[in-house]
Design a protein around this ligand. Structure first.
Ligand code: PMP
Length: 466
């Protein structure tokens, strides 16, 4: 699309209003206001445009969510039709709506075996809050109310509500507000660059990282631990792909002590790893009892999240249950559910998930790996449609830049300037592009990333920093 075809926006006026009134998530408002927000005005396919007419390949699918890409008329039509018919009704008080029920029946068709029930929320954070309450309710009903502790991992991301942030392992979030809440504790993440020993194989590191779960269970007391939660691949933590030995060992330990296993699939769900859910990928291969989802369930077109409840928990909840005193006004919002049905149907009918596994993800892996010859780059890795690399000051000795330099953020800014969205997480640069990316679009994205790495290197050299 030519810039002239874009709707006209007064960028300066929008920036001024934004600075005056809008508090952005996870943002230092003072420094943002000094720089001014970038205003995104349009999306089509894998591309977005800003208000100044710049075209940008969206290497992050919005925020890991626009799995089908932008501009899907079928999703727009689903929302329009539902809003014209019944924009909203709730699922409290013995009522439902057709889209909520149809989606609840559709999700088990794409979920791993043994998942036949769903509880709807608006977001991933609310999904994980729901999980905390479901897990406690389950163990109460099982006559083991002392099983309260949920074990998670440092540098995990499970959301921004009090519960979600507590389950997450982001120290910057815990510091603001006395988190985690009681009953939530953390082990180290399976990130070999941080925790590996010299000469240790990835396989051995994976087993050792999983053994930290057993050590924590024994420390807390096996009869007090309710569940373990983890993302199949840590997303916001920097696309940390665990060794293949990690999840099966985590599964074995959960089984040994009877813990519920929770797979937070807010990013990995709905095809991101080339399987409907990340736990089904052979590299992960876990059998969770509860699955959190959000984002890709609607490709981000409307907010929707929830919990897939496996038979082990659902059976107890339903047969011994009584009221589960939990829910949201918009649990099962019919318009959001209608869009989710259209989205899941499109993913299925167009064979998107299978294409990711057999074609798009292997192509992305091969092309992303070509960046490894860049002087700044090491530890290039991907799984499905998530990928990450490490920016090194000296690749040969694996020396990282001083964290205060914020090299990742410099690189991210060059990426924007060169027309590609790439995210910086400390020493890591990461992508999670739309699942519908073509080979030509992947090639173009990699060219723009390489140009941005070159610009980053040139800038660092000019300042004598490399
Ligand atoms: N879990 C994971 C794994 C996530 O990546 C996120 C969001 N990035 C969340 C939970 C929280 O989801 P939301 O922002 O929709 O509340």
């Amino acid at each position: 699309m030519k810039p002239n075809d874009l709707p006209q926006f007064d960028t300066a006026a929008l920036r001024a209003k934004d600075a005056a009134h809008h508090l952005h998530p996870f943002t230092d408002t003072k420094s943002l206001n000094a720089a001014g927000s970038r205003v995104i005005v349009r999306g089509e396919g894998v591309r977005i445009w800003d208000s100044e007419g710049n075209e940008i390949i969206d290497g992050m699918s919005g925020l890991w969510c626009v799995n089908l890409g932008y501009g899907r008329q079928d999703l727009v039509d689903a929302a329009t039709h539902q809003m014209q018919t019944l924009p909203f009704y709730n699922a409290f008080f013995k009522t439902t709506t057709a889209p909520a029920t149809e989606l609840a029946a559709l999700l088990p068709q794409v979920a791993p075996p043994g998942f036949n029930h769903v509880f709807f929320t608006n977001s991933g954070s609310e999904g994980n809050d729901t999980i905390i309450r479901l897990v406690r309710r389950y163990w109460d009903l099982m006559g083991q109310p002392q099983r309260k502790t949920i074990i998670s991992r440092h540098n995990a991301y499970h959301g921004s509500t009090l519960g979600g942030a507590s389950l997450g392992g982001m120290s910057g979030m815990h510091e603001q507000g006395d988190l985690p809440l009681p009953g939530i504790t953390h082990i180290d993440q399976p990130y070999q660059l941080q925790h590996g020993k010299p000469g240790e194989s990835a396989h051995d590191f994976g087993l050792r990282a999983a053994s930290w779960l057993e050590a924590k269970i024994l420390e807390v007391g096996a009869d007090k631990v309710a569940a373990f939660i983890g993302e199949p691949v840590q997303g916001a933590g920097g696309v940390i792909i665990p060794p293949a030995s990690y999840w099966p060992e985590i599964q074995r330990i959960c089984d040994k002590y009877g813990l519920l296993l929770i797979s937070d699939e807010v990013i990995c769900g709905f095809g991101r790893l080339g399987h409907w859910f990340g736990c089904q990928h052979p590299h992960i291969n876990s059998k969770p009892d509860l699955i959190t989802f959000a984002k890709g369930v609607t490709s981000g077109y409307l907010p929707l999240g929830g919990v897939l409840v496996g038979d082990r928990v659902a059976k107890v909840l339903i047969e011994q249950g009584g009221d589960f005193n939990h829910g949201f006004t918009y649990s099962g919002h019919p318009t959001c559910c209608a869009v989710a049905i259209a989205n899941v149907s499109a993913l299925r009918n167009e064979g998107v998930v299978e294409r990711v596994a057999t074609d798009t993800a292997p192509y992305l892996k091969a092309q992303f790996a070509t960046l490894a010859d860049h002087p700044l780059v090491g530890d290039v890795d991907s799984l499905g449609m998530v990928a990450g690399l490490v920016l090194y000051k000296d690749n040969a000795s694996r020396t990282l830049f001083d964290a205060d330099l914020g090299v990742g953020y410099l690189c991210r800014d060059h990426c924007f300037k060169n027309g590609v969205v790439m995210r910086a997480v400390e020493e890591r640069m990461i992508i999670a592009p739309p699942l519908v990316m073509t080979h030509a679009e992947i090639d173009e994205m990699i060219r723009r990333i390489r140009r941005s790495l070159d610009d980053t290197l040139a800038g660092l050299r000019a300042q004598g920093l490399v």
